[in-house]
Design a protein around this ligand. Structure first.
Ligand code: ZN
Length: 117
């Protein structure tokens, strides 16, 4: 049986492992299983959802804005692809905006950390 989600539930990294019998791994390493456990305990103490995520406002705004630019760029590409009058230059420009929007999103670093007392 293969792992239905090959990404670590803590860091999002790929889980390297040997498929086999038993429960599929949810974490890429033992320390990430521990961090996730600590985060669930902290969430419980603070009355937060066990799978909740807390972001600072700056990170949230950067992520929201980057997603908005990506959505707008993807919409532009879809319109160009659907248009019979779009030129090669239109495609190149739209794909350039899409590529820039992806880079903006990649620069928003969201690293998991457990809330400390
Ligand atoms: Zn991990």
């Amino acid at each position: 049986m293969t792992n239905p989600d090959p990404y670590c539930a803590w860091c999002g990294g790929v889980i390297e492992g040997t498929p086999g019998p038993g429960r599929p791994a949810r974490y890429c390493r033992r320390s990430h299983r521990q961090r996730a456990y600590e985060a669930r305990r902290q969430a419980e103490r603070r009355g937060l959802a066990p799978d909740g995520v807390v972001l600072n406002r700056h990170t949230w705004e950067r992520l929201r804005d980057a997603l908005y630019r990506l959505e707008a760029a993807a919409t532009d590409v879809a319109l160009d692809v659907g248009s019979e009058r779009a030129t090669k230059a239109d495609y190149v420009e739209a794909l350039g905006h899409l590529s820039a929007a992806v880079r903006d999103l990649q620069e928003v670093a969201v690293e998991p950390t457990a809330i400390r007392d």
